[in-house]
Design a protein around this ligand. Sequence first.
Ligand code: OSB
Ligand code: MG
Length: 368
Amino acid sequence: MKINRVELREIQMPLVHFFETSFGRTTTRRIVLVRVDADGLTGWGEVTAGEDPFYSYETPETAWHVLRDYLIPWVLGKEWTAPSDVAARFRPIRGHNMAKAALENALWVIEAKQKGVSLARAVGGTLEEIPCGVSIGIQNSIEELLERIAGEISAGYQRIKVKVKPGWDLNVLERVRAEFPRIALMADANSAYTLADLSHLKEFDRFYLMMIEQPLGWDDILDHAKLQREISTPICLDESIHSADDARKAIDVGACKIINVKLGRVGGLTSARRVHDLCRAKNIPVWCGGMLESGIGRAHNVAMSSLPGFTLPGDVSASRRYWAEDIISPEVTVTARGTIHVPQVPGLGYEPNLDRIEKVTLRKEQFR
Ligand code: OSB
Ligand code: MG
């Protein structure tokens, strides 16, 4: 495929409800979208970076810089045989995986259209329906959290993830378990603890959680291995895993029993598939994480979640949980049994709504 044109856009949309983690509260998202035109076809990708460099060092601003000054000039006007070639071309840049992923994933959509298959099929997906969970942020009170959990359970979601941090953890899980003794429950700490909290972390075991996500340092693997030897709750790594190599090392040292795959964090669909394949070979379940994506990134997550190793419910949920109006048609919807039907039509399976995108655009720049 020959890339004729790339467009960068930064959009801004308020969340329906604020989202709070151990590193802070988000009320409005700023999202960089990448539109690629090649061989008369169009593909869109999304930069999943947070507004601030708290989850990772990437932000909309760093992604814009890396895309404008490196990634786009490297691919524009050139002939590429497959998206994986572009992923290989991006290797000299260390990190900046979310910027890389946005551009590479857009090319996957174009490739799927060229082949006349769905994006899910193009990446090797087989599941036609994917199991969904929700991630519920830190609330103003435990009562509000309990109400939210009840709402999501009655909507059909298959598992509940609650965010935890020191001061909003054992006290909260105690109440959640008292009210919902049987739900599939997990906790995500986003690196809020250290090994000095070992005795405190051991107490999580009494809530029989499916897993605890990223309790220790965002760039750590070894301390997680130490912790996993001391607790029975399975550790799931999120922030620490940027590649299949990271996953291999984490599994080999026993740092986790489960891995959360995020397309942006691992640098795109080619890398995500490698992480998936490696985990499948090593019998490590994976699931698809979320980054409060707009419909574009959400659609890519749906496609990736159709890979056969995505056996646990992910954080990919309905558009309406995030947006009054999403930027794709149809929006992502969830069935009463907590699943999303994977689109089977050629390409992304959801049409970007250009009028809506234009309305929420803060800046745009095109490259030819
Ligand atoms: O750690 O999984 C995380 C959102 C932003 C940054 C990090 C995380 C999250 C979520 C939300 O948990 C998942 C979602 O609903 O998109
Ligand atoms: Mg997480």
